[in-house]
Design a binder for this molecule. Structure first.
Ligand code: COA
Length: 373
């Protein structure tokens, strides 16, 4: 049976970054304006005044210091508070597909792979820009890839679910080279007027080339095993679907955007993920101490500290569990792949690591890899 490996990964980062200080200043200006506009209802007790957001809270509660976004101006304008991404004609490549193509080209270049050698494209991400045609087919067309392509969405876990799906195509002989892309415009489904969550997300795109080991370039990563898990929860939810159209002003009504019970997510997901990692390592007969690194989903630094303690038995060093959410924030499915992409060069043959994603669904995925050659 063919053996699936990760041949290369790719990353595309938007040019604009927003610091916590910039984000908080615009939120606070919006909140002050809102309080003035609603002064009568506030003084009669009908409405609660909006309180200020704080840089200190954001950094302490989440570990996030900045985020990249597609459109900085709209997000930071207190009169807009949402990204303004101009609609493109159907003849032009869509924004989400374009981001994916950038990341894909990076991965293909690193693997020395020609698009004509790819057999399938999977767009595995939290939010597709449209219902159909599939984003993946547009990416396939833009790159000149033959074969087949489709979209899949398992929220923050989409990338690991995509890796396992691609690996299964390799094992079954349905493809020899599969491109998985994770374009995430998280700013498009974040409510920047919600103090509890306005700081959480950023935009980015990653790509993963999963291939038959027989054709893989030197320096690839053997997939020793992958496990997926889902368990329904309403604690992280986004109702912004085709049945829930945008308000007439073009801005989605707040309750149709991302909402979460952050505390509950923290409490429920940490043990679920730690147990899953320990179980998967046990099945593979790999001691946690034998892992050189864990590339964990990037949602919350405290959450990752706890998960890695439960797996390693001690607090992980930066080298054992690197953080990218300080500069990228939560980029949904792409987070663990950014960490893997930016922090894996130092691996030598035989060293092992773990890619782990988790999030809405709930959903979680673990992929254990070993550096080859
Ligand atoms: N600025 C200042 N204070 C804020 C604030 C902000 N932006 N947002 C909330 N607060 C306040 C709250 O009002 C609350 O005040 P109170 O104690 O007076 O009621 C206090 O800070 C604590 O709020 P809480 O929401 O309980 O904070 P937290 O420590 O749970 O951190 C998250 C919030 C979202 C960072 C954290 O829960 C988290 O990251 N959870 C996991 C989320 C996750 O992984 N989601 C997956 C998404 S895909």
């Amino acid at each position: 049976m063919p053996s699936p490996v990760i041949s290369a990964t790719g990353l595309w980062t938007p040019p604009n970054s927003i610091s916590n200080a910039e984000l908080v200043a615009s939120y606070n200006a919006w909140a002050d304006n809102w309080n003035v506009e609603n002064a009568a209802d506030i003084s009669s007790g009908l409405l609660e005044p909006k309180t200020h957001s704080s840089v200190e809270f954001i950094e302490k509660a989440s570990g996030i210091k900045a985020r990249y976004v597609i459109d900085k101006e709209g997000v930071l304008n207190p009169d807009i508070m949402t990204p303004r991404i101009p609609e493109r004609p159907n003849e032009q490549i869509s924004v989400l597909a374009e981001m994916a193509v950038h990341a894909a080209r990076d991965a293909l270049k690193r693997a020395g792979r020609d698009p004509k050698d790819i057999g399938a494209v999977i767009c595995a991400a939290s939010n597709m820009q449209r219902a159909y045609p599939a984003m993946a087919i547009e990416v396939q067309e833009a790159l000149g890839i033959e074969g087949f392509a489709f979209d899949m969405n398992v929220a923050c876990s989409s990338a690991t679910f995509g890796i396992q799906t691609a690996a299964d195509f390799i094992r079954s002989g349905n493809a020899r080279s599969v491109l998985v892309v994770n374009p995430e415009i998280c700013s498009g489904h974040l409510n920047f007027t919600d103090r509890d969550s306005h700081f959480i997300f950023g935009d980015v795109a990653t790509a993963i080339l999963v291939e038959d080991e027989a054709i893989a370039p030197a320096g690839h990563w053997k997939i020793l095993g992958s496990r997926l898990k889902t368990q329904f929860s309403n604690n992280i939810r986004n109702n912004f679907g085709f049945l829930n159209r945008a308000a007439p002003d073009g801005i989605g009504t707040p309750d149709k955007l991302f909402v979460q019970e952050g505390r509950k997510v923290f409490k429920e997901v940490v043990p679920m993920v730690a147990e899953m990692i320990n179980g998967h390592l046990g099945e593979l007969g790999i001691e946690a101490g034998a892992l050189k690194r864990m590339w964990l989903h990037q949602a919350n630094a405290n959450m990752n500290r706890l998960i890695s303690s439960k797996v390693l038995g001690h607090e992980a060093s930066d080298a054992e569990s690197p953080t990218v959410l300080d500069t990228y924030a939560n980029t949904s499915s792409a987070g663990s792949i950014i960490a893997f992409h930016l922090h894996s060069e130092d691996f030598t043959a035989g060293q092992k690591g773990l890619i782990c994603s988790f999030g809405a669904g709930y959903s979680a995925g673990t992929v254990v890899v070993e550096r080859v050659g």
